[in-house]
Design a binder for this molecule. Structure first.
Ligand code: ZN
Length: 344
């Protein structure tokens, strides 16, 4: 399939999706990935060019994925916490696509939203707990990696603000957000929800994911035959490519553009705009970050990915320095001084 779709093709597909969503008691499930959050400025972890992993590859981690490896975390939690500081919920605004899901929720047609993202933007957009399933975990809870004791978000934040690694009150083990690391099981709730939903979905919307990570990628392949499957992504992928169904609809476009087009046809444009503006305002009020127009947001994502990688490296560097003894520190100070002198 060619990468560019004509305006006529897109309009035809949009109309078809709108009529599916307008059917009485339609049950809609979403299966989403990093692509719905890249417009929010969150770097796509797996994208080879702007992705976080390709930036981490240049660093001194034993391998880039180590930052999400539970064994590495047990040894050196600092790399993860440097990264967590950057990704911590609060400074990013949900995208128009997140708010489109929220509108499906408000209109009573959202069955479930399965997300691979750990950014909690679905919750920030206002989708309720029983409708969101964060398949790879998220920052929404925190537990001790040794004894599973819970830690509140506030307490964790307190540790992070003091640049300390959060430790368990009862066993002193390290505490981490409930993000699923390599070597950890996916949340049990995923399979509970999926058993309920697999044959009870009318419209299955897969968006912003290249369906590369299993078992998540197998969900759209397993969804019952009565479901109309829709893919909204930059390119065709997964089961839509290898095992297409006759009723599949594929839209090779930016997720937010499609959200806007769908909302226009559904008569939801005003709702979408006001949710999005309110979201921007509330984050602006809490972070004082300057806002940027959406055209610069992709550059911002790339810049953030690089910045994160640099900070992780700095964190590792300070880890290494802490391990040195006092004498070595003196040598470092001396070396730094010499370097400065030679530069000026
Ligand atoms: Zn503990």
């Amino acid at each position: 399939m060619s990468k560019e779709q004509s305006a006529e093709t897109i309009t035809k597909h949009i109309d078809a999706i709108v009529s599916q969503l307008q059917r009485k008691n339609a049950k809609v499930a979403f299966f989403v990935g990093a692509g719905i959050s890249t417009n929010c400025g969150i770097p796509d972890f797996r994208s080879p060019k702007t992705g976080l992993y390709s930036n981490l590859r240049k660093l001194n981690l034993p391998y880039p994925e180590a930052v999400f490896d539970i064994e590495y975390f047990r040894e050196k939690p600092k790399a993860f916490y440097t990264l967590a500081e950057e990704l911590f919920p609060g400074k990013f605004v949900p995208s128009k696509f997140h708010y489109f899901i929220k509108l499906c929720h408000d209109k009573g047609i959202l069955k479930r939203c399965y997300t691979q993202n750990i950014d909690t933007l679905e919750r920030i957009a206002g989708i309720s707990d029983d409708k969101v399933l964060e398949a790879h975990g998220s920052f929404s809870g925190n537990h001790c990696i040794e004894c599973s004791n819970e830690m509140s978000r506030e307490k964790l934040r307190e540790f992070m603000d003091q640049e300390r690694i959060p430790t368990c009150a009862s066993c002193e083990g390290y505490v981490k957000p409930d993000i699923v690391f390599f070597g950890e099981a996916l949340p049990a709730k995923l399979w509970e929800f999926w058993e309920e939903d697999v044959d009870d979905v009318d419209v299955a919307i897969v968006a912003g994911t290249s369906l590369a990570v299993y078992p998540f990628a197998s969900l759209p392949a397993e969804v019952g035959k009565k479901a109309n499957r829709i893919l909204i992504n930059r390119e065709i992928c997964g089961d839509f490519e290898t095992n297409p169904r006759k009723s599949d609809i594929v839209l090779l476009k930016d997720c937010d553009t499609i959200a806007e087009l769908l909302c226009e046809k559904l008569g939801w444009s005003k709702d979408l705009e006001s949710l999005w503006l309110a979201g921007n305002k509330s984050v602006r009020d809490t972070t004082e970050n300057e806002t940027e127009d959406s055209s610069s947001q992709k550059d911002k994502a790339a810049a953030i990915a690089t910045e994160i990688a640099e900070k992780v490296e700095a964190g590792l560097e300070s880890d290494r320095k802490e391990e040195k003894n006092e004498k070595d520190k003196d040598v470092d100070v001396l070396a730094d001084a010499v370097r400065k002198v030679s530069i000026t």
